[in-house]
Unconditional design. Sequence first.
Length: 343
Amino acid sequence: MSAPTSNGHRPTPPSTLSAEQWGSELIPSGTTREDDPVEESVADTDEVRALARQVHQARGLVALQDDPALHEALSERERRADRKVTERIRSARRAERRRTALAEVAGTRRDRQEARWVGRARTSKERLLNPNRRLAATYRRYVALSCVPPTLIGFGVVFMSATVHDGVVGMDGPWVGYLIEPMASVLLVVSLLIGFTAVQNSRQVPRGLYVLDGGLALASLVLTVVPWGLRYGFDAGSTMAHTLPSLLVVAAVVVQHLLHSVFRPIFAELYEELQPSRLTDQTADTVVLYERTRRAIDDQQIPLSASGAPSREAIRKRFGVGKVRSQLAGDAYELVQQTLDPR
């Protein structure tokens, strides 16, 4: 292969001669140190050698100035710029990885929360669709709410018993005066328990309980306010202070009756849902055996007694059944006949 050219010319290989040798080659060989004048010899020699050095350097530059490495080499400023670009790219990649990881964590958290809410919704759905579980949950809620009014009444009784004692028998009166208010309040709690039991068993609350509760609450209010006012005076401050506990008791009674009115139809509906909606095997067997017995009686294959009841023994022998099944068939026949013909 031929050597590469530079600027359209074949580059001259760098000389291995020193500047002094170049200078000695360029000095005319016909001149000697003895022939040159003293004032010109030194100056001419230095000029020639300096020029020879420049030519030597120029030939070296010409040989190397088109080398691709000179163009591809990065300067210090470019290296710093590339370094900054690389750092920014790595920082952007780290930020992207961080956002991706946080998004995955957030997605996992959302999935976990959604799964928890789905589980709760499924549990609630099963509880709502299951009458037994719905009845149990409703009953627990009813019991918890029904405990609040008697508790409030108990706190009111504690305060009002001291007030009634001081108003009826005085502050230095006998301790029996403390029992006046609790006697009326105990009757009130008993009345509330009666209503609770009626609702618990899906029964209508007697209207007399409303009248009894209203009378007991009014009596409690009168016992708290009137004797105290007659003994110590009906000033506005003390009258209001002794009226508020009684009003609290009245509010507790009203809330308890509201609970009765709300939960009673709910319990009635739940109890109805729990009733079997299909015939049991025993009932279906009894219906079939009743129809066979009726047809046998119509064909005079089974005799009737004077009261119109079929013979259980004849049913047992005719259809080859046991005593229990024959008894149920005979009872069903009698019940149907009495319903259709009450005479």
